[in-house]
Design a binder for this molecule. Structure first.
Ligand code: UT7
Length: 318
Protein backbone atom coordinates (compact mmCIF):
# COMPACT_ATOMS: atom_id res chain seq x y z
CA UNK A 1 0.00 0.00 0.00
CA UNK A 2 1.36 3.42 -0.90
CA UNK A 3 -0.71 6.43 -1.96
CA UNK A 4 -2.97 8.08 -4.52
CA UNK A 5 -3.01 11.79 -5.37
CA UNK A 6 -6.66 12.88 -5.29
CA UNK A 7 -6.48 16.67 -5.75
CA UNK A 8 -3.92 19.32 -6.62
CA UNK A 9 -3.60 23.12 -6.41
CA UNK A 10 -1.21 25.95 -7.20
CA UNK A 11 -0.34 29.41 -5.87
CA UNK A 12 1.66 31.72 -8.13
CA UNK A 13 2.55 35.36 -7.38
CA UNK A 14 1.11 37.97 -9.73
CA UNK A 15 4.33 39.66 -10.83
CA UNK A 16 6.00 38.09 -13.82
CA UNK A 17 9.51 39.13 -14.88
CA UNK A 18 10.86 38.57 -18.37
CA UNK A 19 14.50 37.90 -19.15
CA UNK A 20 14.67 41.40 -20.66
CA UNK A 21 13.57 42.94 -17.35
CA UNK A 22 16.27 41.02 -15.46
CA UNK A 23 18.78 42.82 -17.66
CA UNK A 24 17.82 45.95 -15.67
CA UNK A 25 19.50 44.43 -12.60
CA UNK A 26 22.47 42.44 -13.95
CA UNK A 27 24.56 42.23 -17.12
CA UNK A 28 22.55 39.58 -18.99
CA UNK A 29 20.24 39.21 -21.97
CA UNK A 30 17.30 37.16 -23.20
CA UNK A 31 19.42 35.24 -25.72
CA UNK A 32 21.86 33.95 -23.06
CA UNK A 33 19.18 32.97 -20.56
CA UNK A 34 16.88 31.31 -23.11
CA UNK A 35 19.59 29.38 -24.91
CA UNK A 36 21.50 28.27 -21.76
CA UNK A 37 18.49 27.45 -19.56
CA UNK A 38 15.18 27.47 -21.46
CA UNK A 39 13.79 30.09 -19.03
CA UNK A 40 11.81 32.98 -20.52
CA UNK A 41 9.91 34.36 -17.52
CA UNK A 42 9.51 33.74 -13.79
CA UNK A 43 7.08 34.96 -11.13
CA UNK A 44 8.27 36.74 -7.98
CA UNK A 45 6.52 37.78 -4.78
CA UNK A 46 5.81 41.48 -4.25
CA UNK A 47 2.87 41.87 -1.87
CA UNK A 48 2.41 38.10 -1.32
CA UNK A 49 4.06 36.08 1.44
CA UNK A 50 5.09 32.47 0.93
CA UNK A 51 2.33 31.28 3.25
CA UNK A 52 -0.18 33.22 1.09
CA UNK A 53 0.93 31.19 -1.94
CA UNK A 54 0.96 27.95 0.06
CA UNK A 55 -2.53 28.69 1.42
CA UNK A 56 -3.91 29.32 -2.09
CA UNK A 57 -2.39 26.08 -3.40
CA UNK A 58 -3.58 24.10 -0.35
CA UNK A 59 -7.19 25.32 -0.56
CA UNK A 60 -7.39 24.54 -4.28
CA UNK A 61 -5.98 21.03 -3.67
CA UNK A 62 -8.60 20.45 -0.96
CA UNK A 63 -11.38 21.69 -3.24
CA UNK A 64 -10.22 19.45 -6.10
CA UNK A 65 -10.06 16.52 -3.67
CA UNK A 66 -13.60 17.39 -2.48
CA UNK A 67 -12.36 17.59 1.10
CA UNK A 68 -12.20 20.32 3.74
CA UNK A 69 -9.51 21.21 6.28
CA UNK A 70 -11.28 19.10 8.91
CA UNK A 71 -10.62 15.95 6.80
CA UNK A 72 -6.82 16.45 6.88
CA UNK A 73 -4.88 14.71 9.63
CA UNK A 74 -1.32 15.51 8.58
CA UNK A 75 0.11 18.60 6.84
CA UNK A 76 3.61 18.44 5.36
CA UNK A 77 5.25 21.45 3.72
CA UNK A 78 8.34 20.96 1.58
CA UNK A 79 10.37 24.16 1.47
CA UNK A 80 13.87 25.56 1.69
CA UNK A 81 12.42 28.12 4.11
CA UNK A 82 9.27 30.03 4.88
CA UNK A 83 9.04 33.72 5.72
CA UNK A 84 9.93 32.82 9.30
CA UNK A 85 12.64 30.48 10.58
CA UNK A 86 10.03 29.42 13.08
CA UNK A 87 7.06 28.79 13.13
CA UNK A 88 7.35 26.48 10.14
CA UNK A 89 5.71 27.22 6.79
CA UNK A 90 3.27 24.42 7.57
CA UNK A 91 2.15 26.23 10.75
CA UNK A 92 1.92 29.70 9.18
CA UNK A 93 -0.06 28.23 6.26
CA UNK A 94 -2.28 26.13 8.55
CA UNK A 95 -3.07 29.29 10.51
CA UNK A 96 -4.24 31.00 7.30
CA UNK A 97 -6.50 28.16 6.14
CA UNK A 98 -7.83 27.14 9.56
CA UNK A 99 -6.17 23.71 9.54
CA UNK A 100 -5.52 22.05 12.91
CA UNK A 101 -3.52 18.82 12.72
CA UNK A 102 0.08 17.63 12.96
CA UNK A 103 2.12 19.99 10.79
CA UNK A 104 5.80 20.17 9.96
CA UNK A 105 8.24 21.20 7.21
CA UNK A 106 10.83 19.13 5.46
CA UNK A 107 13.81 20.57 3.64
CA UNK A 108 15.28 18.45 0.89
CA UNK A 109 15.67 21.47 -1.42
CA UNK A 110 14.42 20.74 -4.95
CA UNK A 111 13.80 17.09 -4.03
CA UNK A 112 11.33 18.08 -1.28
CA UNK A 113 8.19 16.79 -3.03
CA UNK A 114 9.60 13.26 -3.37
CA UNK A 115 10.73 13.29 0.27
CA UNK A 116 7.24 14.41 1.37
CA UNK A 117 5.60 11.59 -0.61
CA UNK A 118 7.79 9.04 1.16
CA UNK A 119 6.96 10.52 4.59
CA UNK A 120 3.25 10.33 3.71
CA UNK A 121 3.58 6.63 2.83
CA UNK A 122 5.18 6.09 6.25
CA UNK A 123 2.28 7.80 8.06
CA UNK A 124 -0.22 5.68 6.12
CA UNK A 125 1.74 2.53 6.98
CA UNK A 126 1.67 3.48 10.68
CA UNK A 127 -2.10 3.97 10.41
CA UNK A 128 -1.68 7.52 11.73
CA UNK A 129 -3.31 9.40 8.82
CA UNK A 130 -6.06 8.97 6.23
CA UNK A 131 -5.79 12.23 4.28
CA UNK A 132 -2.50 14.07 4.04
CA UNK A 133 -1.97 17.52 2.56
CA UNK A 134 1.45 18.06 0.99
CA UNK A 135 2.31 21.64 0.00
CA UNK A 136 5.56 22.68 -1.62
CA UNK A 137 6.34 26.39 -1.40
CA UNK A 138 9.42 28.36 -2.38
CA UNK A 139 10.27 32.06 -2.31
CA UNK A 140 13.62 31.85 -4.06
CA UNK A 141 13.64 35.56 -4.98
CA UNK A 142 14.44 36.49 -1.39
CA UNK A 143 17.36 34.05 -1.21
CA UNK A 144 19.24 35.28 -4.26
CA UNK A 145 21.94 37.87 -4.74
CA UNK A 146 20.36 40.15 -7.35
CA UNK A 147 23.87 41.33 -8.30
CA UNK A 148 24.92 37.80 -9.32
CA UNK A 149 23.93 37.01 -12.91
CA UNK A 150 25.06 33.40 -12.49
CA UNK A 151 22.13 32.67 -10.17
CA UNK A 152 19.49 35.42 -10.04
CA UNK A 153 18.23 34.66 -13.56
CA UNK A 154 17.44 31.05 -12.76
CA UNK A 155 14.79 30.89 -10.03
CA UNK A 156 11.20 31.92 -9.30
CA UNK A 157 8.57 31.87 -6.54
CA UNK A 158 5.46 29.71 -6.22
CA UNK A 159 3.61 26.91 -4.47
CA UNK A 160 1.92 23.65 -5.45
CA UNK A 161 -0.11 21.27 -3.28
CA UNK A 162 -1.69 17.85 -3.36
CA UNK A 163 -3.94 15.75 -1.14
CA UNK A 164 -2.89 12.12 -0.86
CA UNK A 165 -4.77 9.11 0.51
CA UNK A 166 -3.75 5.44 0.94
CA UNK A 167 -3.75 3.68 -2.43
CA UNK A 168 -1.48 1.92 -4.89
CA UNK A 169 -1.05 4.53 -7.60
CA UNK A 170 2.53 5.26 -6.55
CA UNK A 171 4.39 2.08 -7.49
CA UNK A 172 7.94 3.10 -6.61
CA UNK A 173 9.83 5.69 -4.63
CA UNK A 174 13.53 6.01 -3.94
CA UNK A 175 15.36 8.83 -2.17
CA UNK A 176 19.07 9.42 -1.94
CA UNK A 177 21.37 11.93 -0.31
CA UNK A 178 24.91 12.32 -1.54
CA UNK A 179 26.22 14.86 0.97
CA UNK A 180 28.14 17.80 -0.49
CA UNK A 181 27.75 21.31 0.87
CA UNK A 182 30.26 22.92 -1.48
CA UNK A 183 28.53 23.12 -4.87
CA UNK A 184 25.04 24.36 -3.94
CA UNK A 185 24.07 26.09 -0.72
CA UNK A 186 22.22 28.98 0.90
CA UNK A 187 23.98 30.12 4.11
CA UNK A 188 21.79 31.47 6.91
CA UNK A 189 22.43 34.74 8.70
CA UNK A 190 24.02 34.62 12.12
CA UNK A 191 22.13 37.34 13.94
CA UNK A 192 24.30 39.81 15.81
CA UNK A 193 26.27 37.40 17.99
CA UNK A 194 29.53 39.01 19.15
CA UNK A 195 31.13 35.58 19.70
CA UNK A 196 31.71 34.02 16.27
CA UNK A 197 35.42 33.93 15.47
CA UNK A 198 35.23 33.53 11.70
CA UNK A 199 33.35 35.49 9.10
CA UNK A 200 30.36 33.66 7.62
CA UNK A 201 29.14 33.68 4.01
CA UNK A 202 26.47 36.13 2.88
CA UNK A 203 22.97 34.60 3.10
CA UNK A 204 22.52 34.21 -0.67
CA UNK A 205 22.24 31.17 -2.89
CA UNK A 206 25.68 30.04 -4.03
CA UNK A 207 26.11 27.52 -6.82
CA UNK A 208 28.89 26.00 -8.92
CA UNK A 209 26.60 25.62 -11.90
CA UNK A 210 28.59 23.17 -13.97
CA UNK A 211 29.21 20.77 -11.07
CA UNK A 212 25.51 20.80 -10.22
CA UNK A 213 24.71 20.26 -13.90
CA UNK A 214 26.92 17.16 -14.04
CA UNK A 215 25.44 15.78 -10.81
CA UNK A 216 21.93 16.35 -12.18
CA UNK A 217 22.36 14.59 -15.52
CA UNK A 218 24.23 11.66 -13.90
CA UNK A 219 21.86 11.10 -11.00
CA UNK A 220 18.78 11.40 -13.18
CA UNK A 221 20.09 8.77 -15.57
CA UNK A 222 21.09 6.36 -12.78
CA UNK A 223 17.97 6.81 -10.63
CA UNK A 224 15.41 6.67 -13.44
CA UNK A 225 17.12 3.59 -14.92
CA UNK A 226 17.08 1.96 -11.47
CA UNK A 227 13.35 2.68 -11.11
CA UNK A 228 12.51 1.26 -14.53
CA UNK A 229 14.63 -1.83 -13.90
CA UNK A 230 12.98 -2.42 -10.51
CA UNK A 231 9.51 -2.22 -12.07
CA UNK A 232 10.60 -4.18 -15.15
CA UNK A 233 9.53 -1.29 -17.39
CA UNK A 234 11.09 -0.20 -20.67
CA UNK A 235 11.40 3.58 -21.22
CA UNK A 236 8.93 3.13 -24.11
CA UNK A 237 6.27 2.01 -21.59
CA UNK A 238 6.50 5.33 -19.71
CA UNK A 239 3.98 7.94 -20.84
CA UNK A 240 5.47 10.96 -19.06
CA UNK A 241 8.84 11.84 -17.57
CA UNK A 242 8.38 14.80 -15.20
CA UNK A 243 11.90 15.92 -14.36
CA UNK A 244 13.01 18.71 -12.05
CA UNK A 245 12.84 21.98 -13.97
CA UNK A 246 16.32 23.40 -13.35
CA UNK A 247 17.61 23.71 -16.90
CA UNK A 248 16.10 22.59 -20.21
CA UNK A 249 19.54 21.31 -21.22
CA UNK A 250 19.58 18.97 -18.17
CA UNK A 251 16.16 17.63 -19.22
CA UNK A 252 17.38 17.18 -22.80
CA UNK A 253 20.51 15.38 -21.55
CA UNK A 254 18.43 12.93 -19.52
CA UNK A 255 16.03 12.45 -22.44
CA UNK A 256 18.86 11.61 -24.85
CA UNK A 257 20.17 8.97 -22.45
CA UNK A 258 16.70 7.38 -22.27
CA UNK A 259 16.30 7.70 -26.07
CA UNK A 260 12.73 8.92 -25.75
CA UNK A 261 10.82 11.61 -27.71
CA UNK A 262 10.66 15.20 -26.49
CA UNK A 263 6.82 15.08 -26.16
CA UNK A 264 7.21 12.72 -23.18
CA UNK A 265 9.21 15.36 -21.26
CA UNK A 266 6.81 18.25 -20.57
CA UNK A 267 8.31 21.45 -19.17
CA UNK A 268 7.19 24.57 -17.37
CA UNK A 269 10.67 26.03 -16.82
CA UNK A 270 10.06 28.51 -19.66
CA UNK A 271 7.22 30.14 -17.64
CA UNK A 272 8.41 29.77 -14.03
CA UNK A 273 12.16 29.22 -14.00
CA UNK A 274 13.47 26.84 -11.34
CA UNK A 275 10.90 26.61 -8.50
CA UNK A 276 12.88 24.14 -6.42
CA UNK A 277 10.50 21.66 -4.70
CA UNK A 278 7.50 23.23 -6.47
CA UNK A 279 8.62 22.48 -10.04
CA UNK A 280 7.45 18.87 -10.33
CA UNK A 281 4.09 19.09 -8.48
CA UNK A 282 3.26 22.28 -10.42
CA UNK A 283 4.04 20.49 -13.68
CA UNK A 284 1.84 17.55 -12.66
CA UNK A 285 -0.95 19.98 -11.71
CA UNK A 286 -0.76 21.64 -15.15
CA UNK A 287 -0.76 18.31 -16.97
CA UNK A 288 -3.89 17.26 -15.08
CA UNK A 289 -5.59 20.63 -15.72
CA UNK A 290 -4.80 20.36 -19.43
CA UNK A 291 -6.30 16.85 -19.52
CA UNK A 292 -3.00 15.32 -20.60
CA UNK A 293 -2.67 12.78 -17.77
CA UNK A 294 -5.03 9.82 -18.31
CA UNK A 295 -6.01 6.97 -16.00
CA UNK A 296 -3.50 4.16 -16.46
CA UNK A 297 -0.65 6.45 -17.58
CA UNK A 298 2.79 5.60 -16.27
CA UNK A 299 4.49 8.72 -14.91
CA UNK A 300 8.09 8.99 -13.73
CA UNK A 301 8.95 11.91 -11.41
CA UNK A 302 12.64 12.61 -10.92
CA UNK A 303 14.16 15.42 -8.87
CA UNK A 304 17.59 16.48 -7.64
CA UNK A 305 18.75 19.35 -5.49
CA UNK A 306 20.98 20.77 -2.80
CA UNK A 307 22.25 18.33 -0.24
CA UNK A 308 22.94 16.87 -2.72
CA UNK A 309 19.66 14.98 -2.77
CA UNK A 310 17.69 13.09 -5.39
CA UNK A 311 14.34 11.37 -5.47
CA UNK A 312 12.46 9.30 -8.03
CA UNK A 313 8.84 8.12 -7.96
CA UNK A 314 6.76 6.17 -10.46
CA UNK A 315 2.97 6.38 -10.64
CA UNK A 316 0.42 4.26 -12.49
CA UNK A 317 -2.14 7.06 -12.58
CA UNK A 318 -5.59 6.45 -11.02
O1 UT7 B 1 17.72 23.16 -8.77
C1 UT7 B 1 18.98 23.58 -8.33
C2 UT7 B 1 20.00 23.02 -9.18
N1 UT7 B 1 20.53 23.95 -10.11
C3 UT7 B 1 20.85 23.54 -11.33
O2 UT7 B 1 20.56 22.44 -11.70
C4 UT7 B 1 21.64 24.41 -12.22
C5 UT7 B 1 22.66 23.58 -12.96
N2 UT7 B 1 23.58 24.38 -13.75
C6 UT7 B 1 23.14 25.05 -14.85
O3 UT7 B 1 21.98 24.99 -15.22
C7 UT7 B 1 24.18 25.82 -15.67
O4 UT7 B 1 25.47 25.47 -15.22
C8 UT7 B 1 23.97 27.35 -15.54
C9 UT7 B 1 22.72 27.77 -16.29
C10 UT7 B 1 23.90 27.78 -14.11
C11 UT7 B 1 25.16 28.07 -16.22
O5 UT7 B 1 25.29 27.65 -17.57
P1 UT7 B 1 26.71 27.24 -18.14
O6 UT7 B 1 26.52 26.87 -19.55
O7 UT7 B 1 27.28 26.20 -17.22
O8 UT7 B 1 27.50 28.61 -18.08
P2 UT7 B 1 28.83 28.97 -17.27
O9 UT7 B 1 28.55 29.03 -15.81
O10 UT7 B 1 29.93 28.09 -17.73
O11 UT7 B 1 29.12 30.43 -17.80
C12 UT7 B 1 29.48 30.64 -19.17
C13 UT7 B 1 29.64 32.12 -19.39
C14 UT7 B 1 30.53 32.82 -18.36
O12 UT7 B 1 31.26 33.82 -19.02
P3 UT7 B 1 32.80 33.58 -19.43
O13 UT7 B 1 33.52 33.26 -18.15
O14 UT7 B 1 32.76 32.41 -20.37
O15 UT7 B 1 33.18 34.87 -20.07
C15 UT7 B 1 29.56 33.45 -17.40
O16 UT7 B 1 30.10 34.58 -16.76
O17 UT7 B 1 28.35 32.76 -19.27
C16 UT7 B 1 28.45 33.85 -18.34
N3 UT7 B 1 27.17 34.00 -17.68
C17 UT7 B 1 26.20 34.81 -18.15
N4 UT7 B 1 26.14 35.61 -19.22
C18 UT7 B 1 25.00 36.30 -19.42
C19 UT7 B 1 26.74 33.39 -16.56
N5 UT7 B 1 25.49 33.79 -16.27
C20 UT7 B 1 25.14 34.68 -17.24
C21 UT7 B 1 23.99 35.42 -17.49
N6 UT7 B 1 23.95 36.21 -18.58
N7 UT7 B 1 22.90 35.35 -16.69
Amino acid sequence: MSLNIIGMGKGIPKKQITNGEIANYVDTNDEWITSRTGIQTRHVCTSETLSDLAATASLEALENAKLTVSDIDLFICATIGGELRTPSLSCTTAEKIGLKCTAFDINAACTGFAYALEVAVGYFAMGKAKNILITCGEMMSTQLDWNDRNTCVLFGDGAAACVVTPGDSMRYISLIASPDSTILKIPVGTGNTPFLESKVDEPYLYMQGQDVFKFAVGVCDIEVSKALETLDLAPEEVDWFLLHQANKRIIDGARRKLKQPEEKFPTNIEKYGNLSSVSIPLLLYEMIEEGKVKTGDTIVLSAFGAGMTAGTAVFKWQ
